[in-house]
Design a protein around this ligand. Structure first.
Ligand code: SF4
Ligand code: SF4
Length: 451
């Protein structure tokens, strides 16, 4: 059955598992960055002074691969300006709320009758992967149409294996009917491509109440399997989930559906169904607020674009924050300040106190091999590090690709186990970004030469 996929036992810290999400009061302002998805930034179509309502399109897709942005409160556009984000800069639309949360008249359940119409609707709703990568959901489903692939399994990723985060867990308890609707939409409108596909809801065993709810919801539906997974990290990484659910091994450089499977995050599926049922795009989400500096960890329902500081008014702080992380402690991203907004993929905001924020000093690699041993896709990060200093650029890129670094799932297991405290995940991220830029520049050069 192939290789063993490595994993780690990390402290769960799921303090908010029993916390029913609380809807926050409408914030005074929301800030909506144009890059809340993978691909090209969205293009604003409103201007300063415009009045907008909840669900109104305010930025359209730009380029072949992008996602639209909708107003998440009603009010006035006060600013459209550049904003610093991890890895660069993007435009952000600021909306001052009028406190009314007036719904835009365009918010109506979309009408469609075939697969293309269905995919277009998912696209229009701004639905993206809410588990971390923010890949536009329609594009993921669209891949199943490739005649070279034969998709027989849809993995619904409900693992939520990162410590602290419980937003998917709470979504499953609150809205199992939306997960069921999401599956039915796929079965109906993608029937030609998904045929008799099995839907496997992959969930870690530490969510016993959600497992029970899902079993009841799908009772008698033999095309849905509730697949219980061991509570180990990183069960939610797509390559790990594919192997643990189907025994298939993802090979570097191939698209995921070529292994006969699609994978979709459970909250994305639910939000997709909500949009298709009501016409309300992705304008709010459940976000777990926790971490060592948080007084009262909670799950909150907040408009996308709400500042983190607004959320902290509910949870309070018990010590001075040292670091604010969006996402989990293993693969989340530190943000500039608590004034930054939550975005579509913000399943959690973790606040670490100063003591827990100081990174231990890195020392030289002792070649212990633990990072590679614990990497679910078998990458040797010390090798990636070494190759980055190869002199000739072309050779450097070739060797980097050979290390398999592009298969990295950003799980952070390597960094976690390294006794020398080396920033291995960071090294990998830099290497991947370097390869991407190099290949893009090459493509541009080739295009220029042909023209
Ligand atoms: S190299 Fe990537 S996939 Fe492997 S352990 Fe590190 S972060 Fe995870
Ligand atoms: S775990 Fe750290 S010390 Fe060990 S081989 Fe990897 S980088 Fe080197």
């Amino acid at each position: 059955m192939g290789r063993n996929i490595s994993s780690l036992h990390v402290p769960h810290n799921k303090h908010t598992a029993a916390c029913v999400p609380v809807r926050i009061e409408t914030p005074k302002e929301v800030i909506l960055p144009m890059n809340m998805h993978s691909g090209h930034d969205a293009e604003p179509i409103v201007k300063v002074g415009d009045h907008v309502r909840v669900g109104q399109l305010i930025a359209r897709e730009e380029g072949r691969f992008s996602s639209p942005v909708h107003a998440t409160v009603s009010g006035t556009v006060t600013e459209i300006s550049a904003m610093e984000v991890a890895g660069g800069e993007t435009l952000a639309i600021h909306i001052e709320s009028d406190g009314l949360m007036e719904i835009d008249p365009s918010v109506k359940a979309p009408e469609f009758s075939d697969c293309d119409g269905f995919l277009q609707a998912v696209r229009d709703g701004g639905i993206v992967g809410l588990g971390g990568a923010a890949f536009p959901t329609w594009a993921k489903f669209n891949e199943a149409k490739n005649p070279d692939y034969k998709v027989d399994t849809v993995l619904v990723n409900a693992a939520e294996c990162e410590p602290y985060i419980t937003s998917d867990h709470r979504m499953m308890l609150a809205h199992p009917e939306l997960i069921a609707d999401g599956i039915e939409y796929l079965r109906k409108y993608m029937n030609e491509y998904l045929g008799n596909a099995k839907f496997m809801i992959c969930i870690e065993k530490n969510k016993a109440d959600a497992i029970e709810v899902l079993k009841k919801t799908f009772e008698g539906k033999d095309y849905v399997v509730i697949h219980e997974l061991k509570t180990i990290y990183p069960q939610g990484a797509k390559q790990v989930m594919l192997y643990n659910a189907t025994g298939r091994v993802a090979v570097a450089g191939r698209r995921f559906p070529s292994f006969g499977a699609l994978i979709v995050n459970v909250s994305s599926l639910a939000k997709m169904a909500e949009y298709l049922n009501t016409g309300m795009p992705l304008v709010e989400r459940i976000v777990t607020v926790d971490g060592p500096a948080v007084e009262k960890p909670m799950n909150l329902i907040a408009p996308i674009g709400t500042r983190v500081s607004e959320l902290l008014k509910y949870t309070g702080l018990k010590s001075e924050p040292g670091k604010v992380v969006m996402g989990g402690p293993m693969n989340g991203t530190a943000i500039c300040s608590a004034d930054d907004p939550i975005v579509k993929i913000s399943n959690s905001v973790l606040i670490f106190d100063e003591k827990n924020s100081v990174l231990p000093e890195a020392s030289p690699c002792i070649n212990c091999g633990r990072c590679m041993e614990k990497c679910p896709v078998g990458i040797s990060v010390p090798m990636v590090d070494k190759v980055m200093s190869v002199e000739k650029e072309e050779r450097r890129v070739k060797l980097l690709i050979d290390t398999g670094v592009r298969q990295c799932v950003d799980c952070g297991c390597c960094t976690y186990v390294c006794p020398a405290n080396r920033p291995l995940l960071e090294i990998n991220k830099q290497a991947r970004s370097y390869i991407k830029k190099y290949l893009a520049a090459q493509k541009e050069k080739e295009g220029g030469a042909k023209a």
